[in-house]
Design a protein around this ligand. Structure first.
Ligand code: ADP
Ligand code: ADP
Ligand code: ZN
Length: 215
């Protein structure tokens, strides 16, 4: 199964991708995580992406297409994958189509998570993750069972993203509505789009996504 999770920053793509990884045994390909790793490693891509990400703008299509093309060629993607944060422009969507076409593959389903802007601001401002295993949390909506300790790995090294501040979020939302939201029409035209109410509780969103995938 080859899936795309589409939605604005903070919609719950990463949160839901983790459940889908467990449910279907296919990898999550988060371009945001890949770029943050590249920045941390100080690679060429990381050097080019750092300031752009801190400003909340989009990294170039050429860089992103190269990263994804390389990633989906890895053996663990043969059974399928969950794209989280890619494609983000029409050009990336077209490039993805051609990458897959070359392998005799296509995207099966695009799940669009719909969330109000006010809720996105609240979700982004309360977001933190485990620096060790990457598990995602929220100050209000998803606290660790034991305060200060990761449910998944037991470590106590939580991180907040530098770009998760109200000012940068405004730029990111602008980029979303201008460059990424047109993908909703694009995938609708290709009959791939399924819309899910992302305002519901985390568990209910998971159920709605599974219902869509199992229909
Ligand atoms: P995205 O990957 O789309 O940017 P995340 O999955 O990181 O979004 O979610 C953003 C924040 O909102 C995280 O702190 C997460 O725990 C929280 N969150 C995710 N889904 C929901 C939900 N349905 N209701 C409330 N909070 C949520
Ligand atoms: P979120 O889902 O919270 O908006 P991500 O972790 O997906 O954030 O992305 C963080 C940042 O990485 C984006 O603001 C952008 O600068 C960059 N980025 C990630 N994926 C892409 C992409 N497909 N195209 C361009 N830039 C990207
Ligand atoms: Zn952890």
């Amino acid at each position: 199964m080859r899936l795309i999770l589409l939605g604005p920053p903070g919609a719950g793509k990463g949160t839901q991708a983790k459940f889908l990884v467990d449910a279907y045994g296919i990898p999550q390909l988060s371009t945001g995580d890949m770029l943050r790793e590249a920045v941390a490693a100080g690679s060429d891509v990381g050097k080019q992406a750092k300031a752009i990400m801190e400003a909340g703008k989009l990294v170039s299509d050429d860089i992103m297409n190269a990263i994804i093309s390389e990633r989906i060629s890895q053996p663990d993607c043969r059974k399928g994958f969950i794209l989280d944060g890619f494609p983000r422009t029409l050009e990336q969507a077209d490039a993805l189509y051609h990458m897959l076409e070359g392998k005799g593959m296509e995207i099966d389903t695009v799940i669009a998570l719909e969330v109000d802007d006010d809720a996105l601001v609240e979700r982004i401002s309360g977001r933190f993750t485990c620096g060790n295993c990457g598990e995602g949390y929220h100050d209000k909506f998803k606290q660790p069972a034991k305060e200060g300790v990761c449910d998944r790995c037991g470590e106590s090294d939580f991180k907040r993203r530098k770009d998760d501040n109200p000012e940068t979020l405004r730029t990111r939302l602008f980029a979303y509505y201008k460059d990424t939201a047109p993908l909703i029409g694009y995938y609708h035209a290709y009959r791939k789009l399924r819309t899910v109410d992302g305002m519901a509780d985390i568990g209910d969103v998971t159920k709605a996504i599974r219902a869509v995938l199992e229909a």
